[in-house]
Ligand binder design. Structure first.
Ligand SMILES: Nc1nc2c(ncn2[C@@H]2O[C@H](COP(=O)(O)OP(=O)(O)OP(=O)(O)O)[C@@H](O)[C@H]2O)c(=O)[nH]1
Length: 268
């Protein structure tokens, strides 16, 4: 082999080796990058599926939150409704209590408790406005005999009958009727002088006398006696004196033979 040939051979070998190294390097790099690419691809897919899971979890959480909010709202509505019903019941119980507080159970007229408040209020109004205030006490005559002869039920019905008569006889909205106790009634007549009160009581008395009370086909004749007192700004006269004045007059009416009206005159 000549020196020139050996040189060519070396050069050829060098080129061959260079090419081989390049190819091997290329192969190595291709493999290396493919692996890295596949790894990245796997990581990307993993990240994607994680994101999907996270999204689904968020959705589930949001749904659960919505559900529990709906449930809460439903419960609040239920409780509010229950509370409203309880409030309404309480209110009507209060109204019933208030009604019972001021009304007489048997006759439906105002009761004595209400009279005690009303007479003071009307007395003050009368003083403020300088108007007359009349009080009429009404007592059923010989009522014990009604009970004794016809029984207590008849007596009760008789009181109801009379109470209705009294109610119907009231002409002004300011006039008030009360069952003062037992078979005794009273009327507060604001802005009514002695003359007006006498006319009023007499009309009622005559009506009761003329229209017999009927109980189970039995006619029970009934009369009432009335006592009146009228406050007209007299000195030293208060609600108690007005009542005792009417009571005195009622006593006079009974003493005088019943079925009549008497008036008390306050001496100055
Ligand atoms: N049925 C009934 N009787 C009552 C009621 N309240 C009071 N009485 C009766 O009314 C009667 C009143 O009798 P007295 O006070 O003697 O009076 P009176 O018989 O009406 O005689 P004078 O008032 O003098 O005309 C009593 O027998 C009481 O028992 C009631 O709510 N129902």
């Amino acid at each position: 082999m000549t020196e020139q040939n050996a040189e060519h051979l070396c050069l050829g070998m060098g080129v061959f080796l260079g090419c081989l190294i390049t190819i091997l390097l290329g192969l190595y790099l291709t493999r290396h990058f493919r692996r890295r690419y596949q790894k990245m691809l796997q990581q990307l897919q993993l990240a994607k599926s994680n994101a999907k899971i996270a999204e689904q979890t968020m959705k589930t959480l949001a749904n659960e939150q919505q559900d529990s909010q709906d449930l809460l709202e439903e419960r609040v509505q239920e409780r509010t409704l229950e509370l409203n019903i309880a409030l309404q019941e309480l209110e009507s119980a209060n109204q019933e209590l208030e009604r019972k507080n001021v009304l007489d159970e048997l006759t439906g007229l105002h009761n004595r408790r209400f009279y005690d408040q009303k007479i003071v209020a009307e007395y003050r109004r009368s003083r403020r406005n300088l108007t007359a205030l009349s009080l009429v006490l009404i007592d059923v005559d010989l009522f014990k005999a009604v009970n004794d002869t016809h029984g207590h039920l008849a007596g009760d019905q008789c009181l109801i009958w009379l109470a209705n008569h009294i109610k119907q006889s009231l002409k002004r909205s300011t006039d008030k009727a009360f069952r003062y106790g037992g078979e005794e009634f009273c009327l507060i007549l604001p802005n009514t002088d002695a003359k007006g009160a006498l006319l009023f009581a007499e009309q009622l008395r005559v009506q009761v006398h003329e229209q017999a009370f009927q109980f189970r086909d039995v006619e029970i004749p009934l009369t009432i006696s009335c006592g009146i007192s009228t406050y007209q700004q007299q000195v030293d006269i208060g609600p108690e004196q007005i009542f005792s004045g009417a009571d005195n007059a009622l006593y006079q009416a009974k003493h005088n033979g019943r079925n009549q009206t008497k008036q008390h005159i306050f001496t100055e």
